[in-house]
Design a protein around this ligand. Structure first.
Ligand code: NAP
Ligand code: NAG
Ligand code: NAG
Length: 369
């Protein structure tokens, strides 16, 4: 508890600028402000409760998209401090996958192995710490049958150094074999290897059929993890978000910061390096500026950064849990400040309407996952 208290002060000091009249007038003055750790959401119809936002661990150990194709000790320390800073600020939900990081490429290390190590090291200091781990099954074309799901999960558990995980997700729909995968998820629940199950990047049609199939086994489909941010609102248009609402499935929003483009730090003169530079070009970032400016302005009224505003915008959609990626402690601490306050409905709608003027970039290489 002392831990939460001191970290809340720390984030208040470092992240909140001078509050304005607006912040005082908001409901924060009447009700006690909840810290990121106190506010939790039940994932779909499952019993699993997670913090209002989670941390994405895709970049940890990765050398194929992030980290300038190179993993080293300095990046390892930064990732570990991102993990510790999340826990310190009350965020205890982490999303990884068996394909994150790499076992193949030289020098890199799997994200699951890193997350497992960070948890283990933290438990030495902090034995009572409770972490919710989500990982994913890679539906590779040669993997067939329900057994393949349970056996891949066992390999993930081995890398994580855990006897069970909180959420196991099918990373993407398979070309075939999907019914077997769903049965495998249910088997994993029955064997006590996982508390809740979900899918990722599932269309409305696939989502409904996965939901029905699990229901027959008496197991709720807890979540669908899809690309969702202020500038990538496809789930609002393709029926995925409304099906989630109807069926009580939590939408986990990946790339909620549009891979950093929505944080306001990238400008036409300062584009991201690496593969992201090809997506977020000076032309695209020029078109993004009016939205970023308005996000910044609204944030100033609350003493919040653009990153905190865009994450709050997603949290405002009720049954949505964003999982921004954190590469260092500073980024993770900033995320915690996205929780415990709310944009007004007018602000939520205004931002959606400004964003709808911008044509979304349809990404390349990660689309392959
Ligand atoms: N299911 C799927 O198929 C799928 C696909 C993609 C992602 N995901 C999950 O979603 C998670 C998040 O997605 P993502 O990593 O693609 O994108 P994201 O969360 O939108 O962006 C993360 C990147 O933004 C930058 N950033 C983060 N915090 C910042 C801050 N406070 N200020 C400025 N810049 C900041 C960092 O990169 P720099 O510091 O280098 O700018 C960071 O790596 C992943 O880790 C993964 O768990 C899942
Ligand atoms: C997600 O959307 C972003 C745009 O915000 C895009 O750049 C990225 O490639 C997309 N990723 C996937 C896996 O679809
Ligand atoms: C439902 C959903 O978001 N589906 C997307 C999954 O990813 C492919 C690309 O790999 C997109 O085309 C789908 O729209």
């Amino acid at each position: 508890m002392a831990l939460h208290f001191s970290s809340a002060c720390f984030s208040a000091l470092t992240l909140s600028k001078v509050p304005t009249v607006r912040a005082v007038a908001s409901d924060q003055s009447s009700t006690a402000v909840k810290t990121a750790g106190e506010e939790k959401l039940k994932l779909g119809g499952s019993e699993l409760k997670v913090t209002r936002l989670g941390i994405g661990a895709w970049s940890w150990g990765d050398t194929s998209y992030w980290n300038n194709f190179d993993w080293d000790d300095r990046k390892l320390k930064a990732a570990k401090s991102a993990f510790d800073a999340s826990i310190d600020s009350g965020i205890t939900f982490f999303d990884t996958a068996e394909v994150y990081g790499s076992k193949m490429s030289l020098g890199a290390i799997s994200s699951e192995t890193l997350l497992g190590r960070f948890i283990e090291e933290r438990k030495v200091k902090n034995p009572e710490v409770e972490v919710a781990v989500a990982t994913k099954y890679a539906a590779l074309p040669w993997r067939l049958g329900r057994e393949s799901v349970v056996s891949a999960l066992k390999d993930s558990l081995y890398r994580l150094g855990l006897s069970s995980v909180d959420l196991y997700q099918l990373h993407w729909p398979g070309i075939w074999g999907n019914e077997g995968y769903i049965d495998g998820l249910a088997d994993a629940v029955e064997q006590g290897l996982v508390k809740a199950v979900g899918v990722s990047n599932y269309s409305e049609k696939r989502l409904r059929s996965a939901y029905d199939q699990l229901k027959k086994r008496g197991i709720p489909l807890a979540s669908n993890q899809v690309n969702y941010s202020l500038i990538y609102r496809i789930p609002e248009e393709n029926g995925v978000k409304s099906a989630c609402e109807e069926l009580g499935i939590t939408l986990i929003a990946y790339s909620p910061l549009a891979q950093g483009a929505l944080t306001g730090k990238y400008t036409p003169n300062n584009t991201p390096s690496g593969p992201r530079g090809r997506i977020y070009t000076p032309e695209f970032l020029t078109k993004l500026q009016p939205l970023i400016n308005r996000i910044r302005e609204i944030g100033q009224g609350y003493g919040k950064t653009p990153t905190q505003v865009v994450l709050n915008w997603l949290i405002a959609q009720d049954n949505v849990v964003p999982i921004p990626g954190a590469r260092n402690a500073e980024q993770a601490t900033e995320f915690a400040g996205a929780v415990g306050w709310s944009l007004t409905n007018e602000e939520v709608e205004e931002l959606r309407s400004i964003a709808s003027e911008i044509k979304p970039v349809i990404g390349f290489p990660v689309e392959k996952l």
